[in-house]
Write a protein that binds this ligand. Sequence first.
Ligand code: G3P
Ligand code: CA
Length: 286
Amino acid sequence: MRVRTFSIFLMALIFMSLSIVPALASSGETISTKQQQQMVNVAHRGASGHAPENTMDAFQKAFEMKADYIEIDVQMSKDGELVIIHDTTVDRTTNGTGFVGDLTLEELQQLDAGSWFSEEFADEEIPTFEEVLDTYRGKIGILIELKSPALYPGIEEKVAEALVERNMHKPNNNKIIIQSFNYESMQTSKALLPSIPHGVLAGLSWADVTDEQLAQFATYADFFNPNMNIVTHDLVDRVHAKGMEIYPYTVRTQEQANKLFELEVDGIITDFPEYVDQHPGEIENS
Ligand code: G3P
Ligand code: CA
């Protein structure tokens, strides 16, 4: 009996040690495995610290790194096709020039969307929205940003159609979130897709957002996703008090991730998913 009790004690000790090992930060401090597991890891424009933003390579890298979501920027071509690109022109991230909305899908897809980042990505093209949905549905969450939707009348309907066609508009189905800096667009989209969580993006000018403004956002939004530089404990608490979650953007260093862990946000939007999986400095509090 005593031997059995001792064996159980020994096994418990081994199990506890194994649980604690991954929670030890390189700095020697203990981190919270509970919080590490709960923090939602969103790969901004894919794992864009490792591969050219908004390309299939960047999304694949995020998937391999086990991010919870890829964040994608959706715009529309001249011929009404939904494409994934951040800027409203192709100048910065391709070898072409001109506005996205002035080029057909065929013209957009002839561009090299990878060489600007590194020659090894010279084959990368601008992906379509449907290509991303078909490749990653059920494999990784997709945080869909409608980028400059005022330039593309009807973009909310086209996004909704693509999701409904694939049965991706149901509650808790396939981890889809839609967000934008354009709040009118989010209200339109929420009316079309009431079961899909929506988010409002908030730049630095929202540092003094009031409770009344948060309450207004909460009438159609499930997320308040701000620039990380305006996040405080008070803001996190007030967003939560209105029933919304908060995923700040855009983390590019480990220190920035650590600060957001301390502020107890719900998710982190980052170019480097590894900073959200490993957050040395996080103090055990679970
Ligand atoms: O997801 C938040 C973030 O993507 C918003 O900023 O300019 O990178 O689209 P931006
Ligand atoms: Ca974005």
